[in-house]
Structure formats: C-alpha cells, structure tokens
Design a binder for this molecule. Structure first.
Ligand SMILES: NC(=O)c1ccc[n+]([C@@H]2O[C@H](COP(=O)([O-])OP(=O)(O)OC[C@H]3O[C@@H](n4cnc5c(N)ncnc54)[C@H](OP(=O)(O)O)[C@@H]3O)[C@@H](O)[C@H]2O)c1
Length: 257
C-alpha cells in the first residue's frame, strides 16, 4: 500500500452534521475535495442548500436540513439517508451549541438547549444510523463515527459555559462507550478542537484572539486544513486501528496545560 492509498477516502459516503458553516464546513469541504459524496445537515434549509450547491461545483454535496436537538428529527434524518444511500461509511457528529451565563443565572433552559443537541442529538442520530454504518463496515475496513468534542471537555474553560463544558466531557465519554459497543465493524472516535474560526467562536476571537494565539504553544488558531486533515485521517485506512480515542486538535493548548 502506498502512502497516498493510506489516506485515500475517495468513493466513500459521509454525513456531516452542522456542515453548513464553521468546523462542519471545514470537514465537509475537505471530504468533497477528497472525492467523498457528502451529505450535510443543519436547521436553516436555505443556507444548507446554498452551501451544498457551492460545494457541488467541485464534487458531490447534498443538503438534508434537520433540527438535531430532537430524537424525532434524528430519526427522520436517518430515514432520509436510508432512502438515498445503501450504506454510510462516515458519520461526523459536529452540530453543536453553546451558552454562557453567570452561575446564579444559569437556568434549566441553558442546560436543556445545549445538552439536547450536543449530547442527546449525537447519541440518537448515531443510534438511528447504525444499520447503514453496519452495511458499510467490515472488521478489515470499519465504518467511522467521528464526534466533535472540545478541549473545554478536557480542561476547565475560562468562560462561564457550564452546560457546554459538561456536554463535551459527556461526548468524550460517550465516544468510548459507543466505541466498545459498536466494534469491530464501526469505529467511534472524537476530535477535541481548540480554537477555530466560526460563528460560535466569533465573539471570543474578537475579544481575545491575541491572548489565545500568544497562549497556544503553536502560536495560532486552527486552520480549515488542520480540521479537515484530522477528519480525513480518522476516515482513512491510516485511521482504521483507532477507536474510543479523543484526539485534541488544538495547537498544544490542552496537551501542554
Ligand atoms: N469553533 C471552535 O473553536 C470550536 C472549538 C471546540 C469545539 N467546537 C465544536 O465544533 C462544533 C462546530 O462548532 P462551530 O464552532 O463550527 O459552530 P457554528 O459556527 O455555530 O456552527 C454550528 C453548526 O451546527 C448547526 N446547528 C446548530 N444547531 C443545530 C441543530 N439544533 N440541529 C442541526 N444543526 C444545528 C449550525 O447550522 P444552523 O444554525 O443552520 O442549524 C451550523 O451548521 C460544535 O460541536 C462545537 O462545540 C468548536
């Protein structure tokens, strides 16, 4: 096997949730460039369709809008996928939300809106897609689930985002639990990103970009190819022997803290 064969994912089919912008778009675009047929899903149908049309200029990308904070919508999306494809090689559970408020004001709604998408959505969508992933995966070449966690689920963040940090620690542990359950034909790994340009990170980067970059051992925030590269590695033959791993892609912020 040549080095390029090791990382060749062309011809595979992937679903990237939250693929319409930010980190999900970085991964979806990297997959399209690598010859993967990519389905993206997010709530705003017009944006989702527009991004899919843009990415389809250089490959194949299809939009299936859904609100993944409800089990019903996760089931519907899995059904839509089953009506379009015979098997699913790669599922990227990326869609996520955050919330910040002082401790005394952090109410039930601030927990529910974050946990519903970041934890329950990841679980329910994976559960409903297992049959399609099992059709794609073998012991030699497993199907892949990639959950997007966060370094805020590894170390304590500076901001008062209690439900977010708890949700990401939950995603990391659920990754290990599902990895054990779904082996040997499906691998389940997590990427724990550090700071990347996105709508979610816009206010934080506007206020603290210089401090964040100065404090990171690699002295910069993440680039789209850093994120696409990690997802392509996990989806390729090169990543076939990892499962239950949580991989920080963070310029060394969490690994050297
Ligand atoms: N950016 C960072 O520095 C960073 C660092 C660590 C971890 N992360 C994680 O990376 C993931 C992506 O974050 P991001 O920074 O790229 O955020 P973002 O720019 O806010 O993008 C979030 C994506 O998820 C979709 N989404 C939001 N709510 C949804 C719902 N209920 N159902 C379906 N889709 C929904 C959004 O589209 P709609 O609004 O149209 O639904 C959008 O496509 C998240 O899990 C986040 O926690 C990000």
């Amino acid at each position: 096997m040549t080095a390029s064969d090791l990382f060749d994912i062309s011809g595979k089919t992937a679903l990237v949730t939250g693929g319409s912008r930010g980190i999900g778009l970085m991964i979806a675009e990297g997959f399209v460039d690598a010859g993967v047929t990519v389905y993206i899903s997010s709530r705003k149908a017009d944006v989702c369709e527009q991004v899919a049309a843009e990415l389809s200029k250089k490959g194949t990308c299809v939009a299936i809008p859904a609100d993944l904070s409800s089990e019903t919508e996760c089931r519907r999306l899995a059904g839509e996928m089953a009506s379009r494809v015979d098997q699913l090689d790669i599922l990227v559970n990326n869609a996520g939300a955050t919330w910040g408020a002082p401790l005394a004001d952090f109410d039930e709604a601030a927990f529910e809106r974050v946990l519903a998408l970041n934890v329950k959505g990841v679980f329910h969508l994976t559960k409903f897609l297992v049959p399609l992933l099992e059709k794609a995966g073998t012991q030699e070449e497993p199907a892949r689930v990639i959950n997007i966690g966060s370094i805020d689920g590894i170390g304590v963040p500076a901001l008062e985002t209690y439900s977010y940090s708890a949700s990401k620690a939950a995603v990391h542990h659920m990754t290990r639990h599902l990895a054990k359950r779904l082996a040997p034909t499906i691998t389940v790994n997590a990427i724990a990103p550090g700071p990347f340009e996105s709508k979610m990170m816009a206010a934080t980067l506007d206020a603290f970009r210089d401090q964040i970059e100065a404090g990171a051992p690699l002295k910069r925030i993440g680039r789209p190819d850093d994120m696409a590269g990690a997802a392509i590695f996990l989806s390729s033959r090169a990543g076939a022997y990892l499962t239950g791993a949580v991989i920080p892609v963070d310029g060394g912020i969490s690994t050297t803290r």
